[in-house]
Write a protein that binds this ligand. Structure first.
Ligand SMILES: *Cc1c(COP(=O)(O)O)cnc(C)c1O
Length: 455
C-alpha cells in the first residue's frame, strides 16, 4: 500500500488558523525573523520539536481522571512503576518532571571535577548537566554518524574500539558509560542491538554501570526490527525488554516516546546509587512516589507506554518521516540520510550554497519556510552553535534545518502540504538571501536573537 495509514481516527480537533503569505511576512518581521519569537497560533504546521507535543489518546485522557494526587504512596505511582517495569526491568524507578531532571540527579552523584563520561553523542541537556558538575562529556559515535550524506543503517552506533581504548586509558575517572537511543543530536539515528550488547559487555569487563538515555526507545526498537538481521519476527516490545535488560540504568524524557506532555524518570539497579538519587530527588523534585509530577501525569505516561510499542503506530511514524525525506530528495533537497525516527534534517548549507555560513543558510531556509507556507522548523547550525564563549563567531560543523514531527498530530495530507511548500521554495531558491544578527544573548542565542535580512 502506498498510502500511509494513520492508525487512529480524530475525535477532538484543534483548528489551525489559516494565514496569508502577506500576513506571515508581517508577523515574521515583527518577530525579528526569529521563528522562536512567533506565536504558535500564527503557525500552520509546527515542526519546531517533537518534545511534549504528542496527541494523547482517549485512553490517556480517561487515565488522567483516575489520577490520584496523594502525596505519598499514590496508586497512580504504582501503575506508572508497573508500566515502566513491564518494558524496562529495573529495580528502582524514580519519576522526575523531565528528562533533564533525571540527568541532573544522576550526575550530581556520578559527575564531578576530573570525571569523564563517554556516549555515542550526548544530548545537549545531558552534556550541560555533566559539564556543570565539572566532568567532561565525550562523544564517540562511529565516523559514519558525522557524515550527513553517507548511508548506514545504525548511524547512532558508538565506536566500540574507541570506547575500549577510552576505558583502558580513563578507567579511573569514568563513573559510567552512556548511550543515547536514538541518537538525537546525530539526526535521530538508531543504535543496533549488537552495538548495545557490545557496550554492555565492555561495561561488565571494566565494571562500570551502563546507563541508556532512552528518550526514543520505541523508535530505536522498531528500526532494529526493520534493519537488524534476526529481529524481523521479534515483537517490538520484546526488543525493548532485551535492550534494557542489557543496561544498569536509564534516564528518559516522557515527552518523547511515552506520548506524554510532561515527565521523565531515572531508573537504576544499584541499591546504593538509587538511595542517593532518592535523597537528591526529595531535595529538588519531590517525594519518590511522584517526582516532580502530578498523579495524573504518571497515569498518562503509564498508558502512553502501552501505546507507543504498537507496531502499526511505529510503522506510520517511521514511514511518515521516510516519505517526507524521499519527496524532498526528489525535489533536489540534500538531507541527512537515512531519515531518522523523529525528524527530517535538511542540509541548508549545501542547498543554499550562495549563502555563506556566517550569513546563516539554515536561518534563511527556516524564515522562508514560515513566510511561504507557515511551517515552523528549527535551525541547527551556525545560529545555534556559531557563537563562542569569548563572543567571537565561527561557522558550525553543519547548517541543518530540522523538521521534527510531533507524534500522532499530522496526517499524510499535512506532509504533502509541507512538500508543496518546499517545491515552491525550490522555484525561488536564488532569491533567498542571508541574514545578519542585530541583537543576541551571550549564550543560547538562537532562542532570542533578532535578525535583519540582507538583500
Ligand atoms: C529531550 C531529550 C532529553 C531531555 O529531556 P527533557 O524532558 O527535554 O528535559 C535528553 N536526552 C535526549 C536524547 C532528548 O531527546
Amino acid at each position: 500500500m502506498k498510502t500511509i495509514f494513520e492508525p487512529f481516527r480524530i475525535k477532538t480537533v484543534e483548528p489551525i488558523r489559516i494565514t496569508t503569505r502577506d500576513e506571515r511576512k508581517k508577523l515574521l518581521e515583527k518577530a525579528h525573523h526569529n521563528v522562536f519569537l512567533l506565536k504558535s497560533d500564527d503557525v500552520l504546521i509546527d515542526l519546531l520539536t517533537d518534545s511534549g507535543t504528542s496527541a494523547m489518546s482517549t485512553d490517556q485522557w480517561s487515565a488522567l481522571m483516575r489520577g490520584d494526587e496523594s502525596y505519598a504512596g499514590s496508586p497512580s505511582f504504582f501503575r506508572f512503576e508497573a508500566a515502566v517495569r513491564d518494558l524496562m526491568p529495573f529495580n528502582h524507578i524514580i519519576p522526575t518532571h523531565q528528562g533533564r531532571a533525571a540527568e541532573a540527579i544522576l550526575f550530581s552523584i556520578l559527575g564531578g571535577h576530573g570525571k569523564t563520561i563517554p556516549s555515542n553523542t550526548h544530548f545537549d541537556t545531558t552534556r550541560s548537566n555533566i559539564e556543570n558538575s565539572g566532568a567532561s562529556a565525550d562523544d564517540l559515535v562511529i565516523a559514519e554518524g558525522n557524515d550527513p550524506a553517507c548511508y548506514h543503517p545504525f548511524k547512532g552506533n558508538i565506536d566500540t574500539e574507541r570506547l575500549e581504548c577510552y576505558l583502558k586509558e580513563k578507567s579511573d575517572t569514568t563513573p559510567c558509560i552512556m548511550l543515547t537511543i536514538t541518537n538525537n543530536a546525530g539526526g535521530g539515528q538508531p543504535v543496533s542491538l549488537a552495538n548495545i550488547k557490545a557496550v554492555s559487555d565492555l561495561a561488565k569487563k571494566y565494571n562500570k554501570p551502563f546507563i541508556i538515555d532512552g528518550c526514543r526507545f520505541a523508535e530505536n526498537a522498531y528500526f532494529i526490527k526493520l534493519r537488524e538481521e534476526g529481529y524481523a519476527n521479534t515483537d517490538v516490545k520484546d526488543i525493548v525488554r532485551k535492550i534494557f535488560s542489557l543496561a544498569d540504568g536509564m534516564t528518559i524524557s516522557a515527552k518523547k516516546d511515552a506520548f506524554a506532555n510532561i515527565g521523565g524518570w531515572l531508573a537504576l539497579n544499584d541499591d546504593e546509587l538509587a538511595e542517593k538519587a532518592r535523597t537528591r530527588l526529595i531535595q529538588t523534585e519531590g517525594f519518590p512516589t511522584y517526582g516532580g509530577l502530578a498523579g495524573r501525569d504518571l497515569e498518562a505516561i503509564a498508558q502512553g507506554l502501552r501505546e507507543i510499542v504498537d507496531e502499526n503506530y511505529l510503522a506510520y511514524r517511521i514511514r511518515t518521516n521516510e516519505y517526507l525525506g524521499e519527496r524532498l530528495q526528489a525535489l533536489g533537497f540534500p538531507i541527512v540520510r537515512p531519515t531518522g525516527g523523529h525528524a527530517v534534517f535538511v542540509d541548508a548549507r549545501s542547498w543554499l550554497s550562495h549563502i555563506p555560513p556566517l550569513n546563516y543558510p539554515g536561518q534563511a531556509l527556516t524564515a522562508a519556510l514560515y513566510e511561504t507556507g507557515g511551517i515552523r522548523a528549527c535551525e541547527i547550525g551556525t545560529v545555534m552553535f556559531g557563537r563562542k564563549p569569548d563572543g567571537s563567531e565561527e561557522p558550525a560543523a553543519m547548517d541543518l534545518v530540522r523538521l521534527a514531527m510531533p507524534r500522532r498530530v499530522y496526517t499524510q495530507s499535512h506532509v504533502d502540504y509541507i512538500v508543496e511548500v518546499f517545491e515552491e521554495l525550490a522555484k525561488n531558491k536564488s532569491n533567498l538571501c542571508g541574514f545578519r544578527i542585530t541583537e543576541e544573548a551571550s549564550a543560547m542565542r538562537h532562542f532570542t536573537a533578532k535578525f535583519t535580512k540582507l538583500t
